[in-house]
Ligand binder design. Structure first.
Ligand SMILES: Cc1cc2nc3c(=O)[nH]c(=O)nc-3n(C[C@H](O)[C@H](O)[C@H](O)COP(=O)(O)OP(=O)(O)OC[C@H]3O[C@@H](n4cnc5c(N)ncnc54)[C@H](O)[C@@H]3O)c2cc1C
Ligand code: FES
Length: 273
């Protein structure tokens, strides 16, 4: 029987700095069977453990198609992420999961998709961007609306040109510093009909908690229905599997009932958005 608390060993095979406080890690399970069995849906999360520091939930930033290696993007924010940032190539981490309810790639087939990301919320959406670029004919129009604090905080800058070959991208920053010639303001400012209005489309939103309600309401104004707006939500998590109660919000377990909720579901859960 599988022990859901037993981490599997993975090795860090690449580290790239994305911004001053964010790093991209490529990981590879040590065991080939673990590599073959690692299947996940968009928005599901893993529990990553760093020896001597602890365990944290993280999204996956690479496409579910990537079997040999997979990628994560991490912002340094406290104990475990600082421990992770000290690791070097070849060091080992522990992994459990994937956990939670995500969005199945097949459920998105032939749809148009609006991706709306704020800050480090772009990390799990990059998985979908990568997937779309490899299966382009399976999708309608795909747009990315992405906001960061400043141009120095924009993630995956070296990939943006490549993304623009397959999807429409619209970026905005809060602070107009360091030679920025683009849009300034919150992401809601660029959620407009030119960038987002199209038939049979769904929206997927990931970002800081403060962003969800205003973005969802803006999308509704553009004609999106509550059931077609997916929110990737975060809560403090410990077990990741519905046992410890750390993630519970108004009776819902974010680790099991989520972390992906439609706006239709989330707005009925007190304190969720
Ligand atoms: C489903 C899910 C997916 C996530 N995906 C990513 C990801 O792809 N990349 C990434 O960088 N981060 C992600 N996070 C957030 C990440 O788990 C936290 O940054 C991490 O747990 C902080 O751990 P720490 O020990 O370094 O910081 P701590 O020392 O525990 O805390 C540092 C500060 O961060 C706050 N904090 C801790 N956990 C969270 C949380 N879950 N949400 C909001 N604030 C928190 C604490 O209250 C404290 O103020 C995700 C969280 C969840 C629940
Ligand atoms: S994280 Fe333990 S119950 Fe959800």
């Amino acid at each position: 029987m599988t022990n859901i608390y037993q981490p599997k060993e993975a090795i860090i095979s690449e580290i790239k700095r994305l911004t001053a406080n964010t790093k991209h890690f490529t990981l590879r399970f040590s065991n080939s069977r673990d590599r073959e069995n690692f299947n996940f849906d968009f928005g599901q999360f893993i529990m990553l453990s760093v020896l001597g520091f602890g365990e944290i939930p993280l999204g996956v930033s690479s496409s579910p198609d990537c079997k040999e290696n997979f990628e994560i993007g991490v912002r340094k924010s406290g104990t475990v992420t600082s421990g992770l940032f000290k690791l070097k190539l070849g060091d080992k981490v522990g992994l459990r999961g994937p956990f939670g309810k995500g969005i199945k790639p097949n459920d998105l087939k032939y749809k148009s998709i609006a991706l709306i990301a704020g800050g480090v919320g772009l990390v799990p959406l990059r998985s979908l961007i990568q997937y779309v670029s490899w299966h382009r004919k399976d999708f309608g129009r795909v747009s990315l609306i992405y906001g960061a604090k400043s141009r120095f905080e924009l993630l995956y800058k070296d990939e943006h040109k490549n993304w623009q070959k397959t999807i429409d991208t619209f970026f905005t920053v809060d602070e107009d510093i360091g030679d920025w010639t683009g849009q300034v303001g919150l992401v809601t400012k660029i959620c407009n009909p030119e960038n987002l209005k199209y038939e049979d489309s769904i929206a997927i939103v990931c970002g800081p908690p403060v962003m969800y309600k205003s973005v969802a309401e803006k999308l509704k104004g553009l004609g999106f229905q509550d059931k077609d707006i997916y929110l990737l939500l975060e809560r403090q998590m410990k077990c990741g599997v519905g046992k410890c109660q750390h993630c519970v919000c108004d009776g819902k377990y974010v680790c099991q009932d989520g972390p992906v909720f439609t706006y239709e579901e989330a707005k009925e859960i007190k304190g969720m958005v």
